[in-house]
Design a protein around this ligand. Structure first.
Ligand SMILES: O=C(O)CCC(=O)C(=O)O
Ligand SMILES: [Fe+2]
Length: 434
């Protein structure tokens, strides 16, 4: 063992040295007064490692008691003072800082010791500090709170941290249902192989395929007179299973006739939208395959939501045309799960997927993850039924069938005015910004 002595650690008058055990990489304290030159210093007469440690502990304890005493003194002055005195508070923190420093110094010399001594010493100090400066803390809190709140709001607003439900029952949106493992891994592979064998159409950030009826992105609708044919046979078993889906109420007249397959590369999302009321019936199913996603839902309070007039690609999550005053919820959609949007969840809540590669969760998911990493792609199969007559839902604010005549007036207002849309304006047609 090679000694590497370091001079200059003072033990209240006596000198000490540190020896670095090169093999273990640990610093251990050794004595100063080696006494005999024939012996290795570590085994010197009156100054064993144990003694040195004990001495060092006395030093730390004395310093801590000293700082506790000083904290007490300073704290009492602050307590008695009319106004909290900032220099004294600073002094108090300095004293505690000195104590903290000496405790840390002590423990850095013997790294593997249990930290109970240090914790005890620090607790005393911080307890005194907290108790005695309690009158000052509100002032400090008052000073720091706005920044802290701003940071917290930013974190939440930017959805860095946001509660995500794992079950539809926890989500609490009427009409939203989720069934996990709706298809098997084999079925999922077959579905993916089928669509990958077919022609994809590229949109700006994702690829799509349409079956039954083409979805027209310009009008956010379908041409109901132009049927592409029946849905492909590779989804027949899914259509069959859908009929017994919970939430469908055993209604057999819900045979889906339109399918959109969306392929999202990693990190690509979907802008907030409500599937056009006049285009599709109430029940909308979305099967997730290949990868997971977090789907979010927004509900705008009555009269605060306005129809964005920009084209699909110009509308972003934080578009100024959308009020920031909304209730937001999110649900985790694992691969092979089937989501049903119906009732209020289908007609009155916008749904969307954030453009994120990783989503942080406020609570752990079933496999104990705190973050959900998007896979290289997610492929969703959205099954809908093309509507035959006008929509008569009770959610008129979002219903293009029921707002048709008021649309013209609002469109005119938009053209005439260069000012931002007023939130209280009558909301025109429903939107499908996908
Ligand atoms: O990808 C999804 O799960 C949803 C797709 C969607 O909302 C739509 O096509 O309207
Ligand atoms: Fe949708």
């Amino acid at each position: 063992m090679r000694s590497n002595e370091v001079q200059g650690k003072t033990l209240w008058g006596s000198k000490s040295h540190y020896e670095k055990d090169v093999r273990s990489g640990e610093s251990i304290l050794i004595g100063t007064d080696y006494g005999s030159t024939s012996m290795h210093p570590m085994f010197s007469r009156n100054f064993t490692i144990g003694e040195a440690l004990r001495q060092q502990r006395v030093v730390v304890l004395s310093r801590s008691l000293f700082s506790a005493f000083l904290s007490l003194l300073v704290g009492m002055i602050i307590w008695e003072a009319e106004d909290p005195c900032v220099p004294l508070v600073a002094a108090l923190f300095t004293v505690v800082g000195i104590s903290l420093g000496s405790v840390l110094e002590f423990f850095s010399t013997i790294r593997n010791r249990p930290a109970s001594d240090a914790v005890a010493l620090l607790s005393i100090n911080w307890f005194i500090l907290g108790t005695l400066s309690s009158r000052t803390l509100p002032v400090i809190a008052h000073m720091l709170a706005p920044s802290a709140i701003r940071i917290a709001v930013q974190l939440v607003h930017k959805d860095v941290l946001f509660p995500v439900s794992l079950l539809a029952s926890d989500l609490g949106i009427p009409g939203i249902y989720l069934v996990h493992d709706f298809i098997t891994v084999e079925e999922e592979k077959r579905l993916l192989a089928e669509v990958d064998n077919r022609q994809w159409r590229s949109l700006s950030k994702r690829r799509v395929q349409h079956y039954g009826y083409e979805f027209l992105y310009e009008t956010r609708n379908v041409d109901s007179k132009h049927c592409l044919g029946e849905l492909p046979s590779f989804v027949s078993n899914i259509l069959q299973k859908i009929l017994s889906f919970p939430g469908l109420g055993g209604d057999q007249n819900k045979e889906m006739d339109q399918l959109t397959v969306n392929e999202y590369p990693c990190g690509v999302g979907l802008s907030p939208h409500i599937d056009t009321h006049s285009a599709f019936d109430e029940f909308i199913f979305s099967l997730s395959t290949a990868g997971p996603c977090i789907m979010e839902f927004r509900r705008y309070p009555e009269g605060t939501w306005c129809h964005p007039t920009a084209s699909v690609n110009e509308i972003h999550e934080d578009s100024p045309l959308l009020s920031s005053n909304f209730t937001r919820k999110a649900i985790f959609l694992p691969p092979r799960s089937m989501l049903l949007m119906s009732g209020e969840g289908r007609y009155a809540w916008h749904h969307y997927i954030r453009h994120r590669k990783v989503n942080l969760l406020l609570q752990v998911d079933p496999v104990g993850e705190k973050a959900i990493r998007r896979s290289s792609r997610r492929v969703s199969f959205t099954f809908r039924k093309v509507r035959e007559g006008p929509c008569c839902c009770p959610y008129k604010q979002y219903c293009d069938s029921q707002l048709e005549c008021r649309n013209q007036q609002v469109k005119q207002n938009i053209v005439q005015s260069s000012l931002p849309l007023k939130r209280e304006a009558v909301c025109p047609t429903d939107t499908h910004q996908i």
